[in-house]
Design a protein around this ligand. Structure first.
Ligand SMILES: *Cc1c(COP(=O)(O)O)cnc(C)c1O
Ligand SMILES: [Zn+2]
Length: 423
């Protein structure tokens, strides 16, 4: 195997076949590929994308197309739906609204279970199977549990999910139950559920599939690989993404570092991580030059990023330093108005995803992002994940939020006159 697991805190290395969630020192682990020996090129990835290869159906996946940079593994062992190959939209309406000439939206809500978590999960569950684990677990604000439940079911593994009671969106809870995961509603928030699942996995030898798992990060890197491939291997100026537990921010930084090292791109885009104002520990740390790791009690309508103590903090700091990145915060009002704009453009997303667009708009208004720069915002999850938040917005029923773009349903009598009156 051409990789090792390396601790990002102390540098200790572990062989690929070892089952462990973190280093003996408590630090997070990274998958380190030997990039110098990898026979990869733009042409190789383009050829796989453009050709249906019956010998290698796995290249149909937007994750496994980049397999050398993800996980060197035999094809027959891979658990794939397949995932990825999500669209890169360009909307004039949204570009104008954000104040840009070129805003692209990469829609990760088009993955098999409706969020980017599938890109990490195909790799995490494949690794669980390789290691011979029979059960997998995670704490989740919803999408991780939906994705893990689906991939575990595909692989024939049992799945245990820990969710904060009453704080996950309806569509996500439905998925976890439907895919057959044992679903435990923790009386507490995500951070409490996270602490609990870490202890459980350690005690019972269950494979932990939160984004502190380094193999999930490897899969999520392909969001960046794929979007840069879709732009003809030309890096954009900015990549803007919502930030919760900071797994994706970490994955994006790692992906960009590897693309530069491999010579697959010539320059680094800047990363902009967007947090909700009520769940902004990373933003607080950023404001202080990352001198301190901040923790908060999290509160936001964007449940997917309602996290007060992000697990991947040190990796994400590294990602921002590498890319001259920054963190910005937006209010729930801005998030829901941005969502209404994304939705009304015919694209649609869940609340946390809209934070990327709200953050883009704010950075343009501040003058940090220039009007002519090329920006890709990541839509992390599907519109149908959280119907309650969407409907409450349009009905004007969200406490503290004035819906600027409400589209209320109109009740009418069953007569033509009544219809004429409201049109
Ligand atoms: C998980 C998730 C996020 C947050 O990603 P992190 O890697 O935890 O920072 C954002 N949006 C959606 C829809 C998610 O499911
Ligand atoms: Zn260590």
């Amino acid at each position: 195997m051409s990789y090792v697991l390396r601790c990002i805190a102390c540098g200790a290395e572990y062989p690929p076949g070892e089952i462990r969630a973190s280093c003996d020192c408590g630090g997070l682990l990274d998958v380190r590929h030997d990039l110098s020996s990898l026979p990869v090129s733009r042409e190789l990835f383009d050829e796989r994308l453009n050709r249906w290869d019956p010998e290698n159906p796995i290249y149909r996946s937007g994750v496994w197309r980049f397999r050398e940079l993800v996980l060197p593994v035999e094809e027959s062992k891979i658990v794939s739906r397949p995932e990825g190959n999500t669209h890169l939209y360009r909307s004039e309406r949204l570009s104008r609204w954000a104040g840009l000439e070129e805003l692209y939206l990469k829609h990760e809500g088009e993955n098999p279970t409706g969020s980017f978590k599938d890109r990490g999960m195909t790799v995490g569950v494949t690794q669980a199977r390789l290691l011979g684990c029979r059960a997998v677990a995670c704490a989740s604000t919803g999408n991780t549990s939906a994705s893990m439940a689906a991939y575990a079911a595909l692989a024939g593994l049992s799945a245990i999910v820990f969710i904060p009671q009453g704080k996950i969106a309806l569509g996500k809870l439905a998925q976890a139950l439907a895919y057959g995961a044992k679903t435990l509603e923790v009386e507490g928030d995500f951070d409490a559920a996270m602490g609990l699942v870490r202890k459980l996995c350690e005690k019972l030898g269950i494979y932990l599939l939160n984004s502190l798992n380094p193999f999930r990060i490897e899969g999520q890197k392909t969001i960046v690989f794929e979007l840069i491939q879709q732009l003809g291997w030309e890096a954009p100026d900015w990549i803007v993404l919502p930030a919760g537990n900071l797994g994706n921010t970490s994955a994006f930084g790692k992906a960009l570092g590897e693309l530069i090292d491999l010579g697959l791109i010539e320059r680094l885009p800047r990363l902009a991580a967007v947090q909700a104002r009520g769940a902004n520990p990373f933003y607080r740390s950023f404001r202080e030059g990352f001198r301190r790791r901040e923790r908060v009690k999290a509160q936001t309508i964007a449940t997917a990023i309602r996290i007060g103590d992000p697990v991947s903090y040190p990796r994400a700091v590294r990602a921002l330093r590498l890319t001259r990145g920054l963190v910005v915060e937006v209010t729930d009002q801005e998030i829901m108005d941005a969502k209404a704009q994304v939705d009304a453009a015919g694209i649609g997303c869940e609340p946390a995803s809209a934070a990327a667009v709200a953050g883009t708009r704010r950075l343009v208004q501040e003058g940090t992002i220039k009007q002519g720069e090329r920006v890709v915002a990541i839509l992390t999850g599907n519109l149908l994940k959280d119907p309650q938040a969407t409907i409450a917005y349009h009905l004007g029923e969200l406490p503290g939020i004035e819906p600027a773009y409400a589209n209320r349903p109109l009740a009418i009598e069953p007569t033509l006159e009544a219809v004429k009156e409201v049109l």
